[in-house]
Design a protein around this ligand. Structure first.
Ligand code: AKB
Length: 318
């Protein structure tokens, strides 16, 4: 077990809950502190209530546990963010600045900040989107991630801090549910399929988006955080690629296992957000710098999702 103590902010979200368990296996139960504004469904880790806008409480939690690293996952995502743009900016930006400032003052050894494919926009090349390209997002969530990436780089350069970041595609996993994102449909569709229900998709059939399986994204995050600092050439945020597909393609992949499964389409405001994002991502810099490699393709991901959700819903389906 390692000596660091980790604080995860936003630990009860889709990624945070899975990352908490993974980090516990690396650092030990007592060295991973989860925090959120929502109480956990089950207490599987040491938990502290923490609103990221409350600087004093953040400092108190860091001091109480002698925290040495922060994973700052709390944010309002793309679709929810459009319903309340100013609140989203406040939470996403001020929250990050509170973390960066405290990390600077307390001389924390590392900070992790997730960025997103939402940093890209309509002027960005859609296919194999390069690492260095136009960042002109259409959503306030995307704007906050672009600004956040630049603040991270600024703190690294100006104060010599070690802050690392990945531009996450839509994350797909059986362990937890996403909330408020444009890519959320790609998790919901599996739950409907396993429950033998049909699915109404809020995106059009052919809208392709970059996605990634939970196992890959957790492994990628840990690998990035473990890499020697000298290998990290990108201090804004690394492009990360998993698997790209459209609602039609994922429906067909599910139908190989559940032939009767059907999707219908009823696009809403999230269609425009999806259309502003790339089809696929070039992550060659992550591969070169710290050896990133995707393991799950559409088929592997679909098989595992259906298998795992089948186990989870067994009592309901029996
Ligand atoms: C969203 O859809 O907003 C997120 C993301 C791609 O960052 N899942």
């Amino acid at each position: 077990m390692r000596k660091d103590t980790i604080l995860i902010i936003g630990a009860n979200g889709q990624l945070g809950s899975v990352l908490t368990e993974k980090l516990q296996t690396i650092f030990g139960y007592d060295h991973v502190i989860s925090s959120d504004i929502r109480q956990p469904a089950e207490e599987k880790s040491i938990f502290e209530y923490l609103d990221i806008l409350d600087k004093k409480r953040l400092e108190a939690v860091v001091e109480k546990y002698q925290v040495t690293q922060i994973y700052h996952l709390a944010a309002i995502l793309s679709a929810s963010g459009e319903k309340n743009p100013l609140k989203t900016w406040d939470i996403n930006m001020q929250g990050l600045l509170n973390v960066l400032e405290l990390a600077r003052v307390k001389k924390l050894s590392k900070v992790y900040f997730p960025s997103s494919i939402a940093v890209f926009g309509l002027e960005t090349p859609r296919i194999n989107t390069p690492q260095h390209t136009v960042l002109a997002p259409t959503t306030v969530y995307g704007m906050s991630k672009v600004a956040g990436e630049n603040w991270c780089q600024y703190y690294c350069k100006r104060y010599g801090m070690d802050i690392r970041s990945l531009r996450y595609p839509g994350v797909i996993g059986y362990q937890s549910l996403p909330g408020g994102g444009t890519t959320d449909y790609a998790v919901d569709i599996f739950h409907k399929a396993i429950l033998k229900e049909s699915f109404v998709c809020f995106l059009e059939a052919e809208t392709k988006l970059p996605m990634i399986y939970m196992d890959d994204v957790i492994r990628g995050t840990i690998e990035l955080m473990d890499a020697p600092s000298s290998d990290i050439s990108i201090r804004t945020s690394y492009n990360l690629s998993g698997v790209s597909f459209s609602p039609k393609e994922i429906t067909e992949a599910i139908q190989k296992y559940i032939p009767s499964f059907k999707t219908s389409y009823s696009p809403d405001f999230r269609q425009a957000i999806a259309e502003s994002w790339p089809d696929s991502i070039d992550d060659s810099q992550a591969k070169k710098d710290w050896g990133w490699k995707t393991m799950y393709d559409l088929e592997g991901m679909t098989e595992d999702m259906l298998f795992q959700l089948g186990k989870k819903y067994k009592p309901v389906l029996a």
